[in-house]
Ligand binder design. Structure first.
Ligand code: HEC
Length: 208
């Protein structure tokens, strides 16, 4: 809960500083930010420690107020794109129904989430509107309604969505969206199910 409250506070700060979806934040010294984050979780278990360390991309985003100059932005994009793992079968579309359940689920990676059998969710509705029937959604990210329909269900777009969900910074350096694949929040199969939710003609996301 504390982690969630902290994450939401950070997101609210970012959202207050700029219009929905925009990325600006005050530039800050990464070492100071690192110290504040560590101090916020004094009782974090050992397996959480790595999550409290900013990686190279996060440090650069912090230093540049999430608005890195062109060369730094390109360097982030390249590094994060290189971290993308692709589906071994070369297919990007899984099962949209499983994808919808994942988009709804915020389970996983909290202090209280101790189940070893229940999979992590994507929590996409926390930041995005997706289906018309789900009325509870956040607006930090843009609406994803009719995402596939607008793109004529193109194969290249399905690949781009996979890459976006796997590693948001590869498409948009310093994005506020989590790096679901790169940070092992979701598996390759789960990401494919989410791609299907956005990109299949049968998905309710494309019937707005
Ligand atoms: C913490 C908030 C947050 C969460 C959670 C989140 N996103 Fe995002 N997402 C954003 C923001 C902000 C953007 C716009 C900036 C960008 O493109 O990175 C975005 C952009 C996107 C885009 C690109 C939109 C476009 O115009 O092309 C896609 C696709 C997307 N998100 C899918 C997802 C999916 C699927 C999930 C769940 C697995 C998810 N997002 C979870 C914040 C979030």
């Amino acid at each position: 809960m504390r982690a969630l409250t902290f994450a939401l506070a950070l997101a609210a700060l970012a959202a207050a500083a700029a219009p929905a979806g925009a990325q600006q934040a005050p530039a800050a010294d990464p070492a100071k930010v690192q110290a504040v984050v560590k101090a916020a979780f004094p009782k974090a278990p050992a397996d959480w420690q790595a999550r409290l360390e900013q990686d190279a991309t996060m440090r650069e985003c912090t230093a540049h107020g999430n608005n890195p100059p062109k060369a730094a932005s390109e360097a982030i994009r390249k590094r994060e794109a290189a971290a993308i793992e692709y589906p071994p079968d070369g297919k990007f579309l899984g099962d949209w129904q499983k994808g919808e359940a994942l988009a709804q689920s915020g389970y996983g990676l909290r202090f209280t989430d101790t189940s070893t059998s229940r999979p992590n969710g994507g929590n996409c509705y926390a930041c995005h509107k997706l289906t018309r029937t789900e009325l509870s959604y956040g607006t930090i990210g843009p609406s994803l309604g009719n995402y596939g329909k607008i793109r004529d269900f193109g194969a290249e777009d399905a690949k781009a969505v996979y890459e976006k969900i796997y590693n948001s910074h590869a498409a948009f350096p310093c994005s506020l969206m989590p790096r679901f694949g790169a940070n092992k929040i979701l598996t390759i199969e789960q990401i494919k199910d989410l791609v299907a939710l956005l990109m299949s003609p049968e998905s309710p996301v494309n019937k707005e």
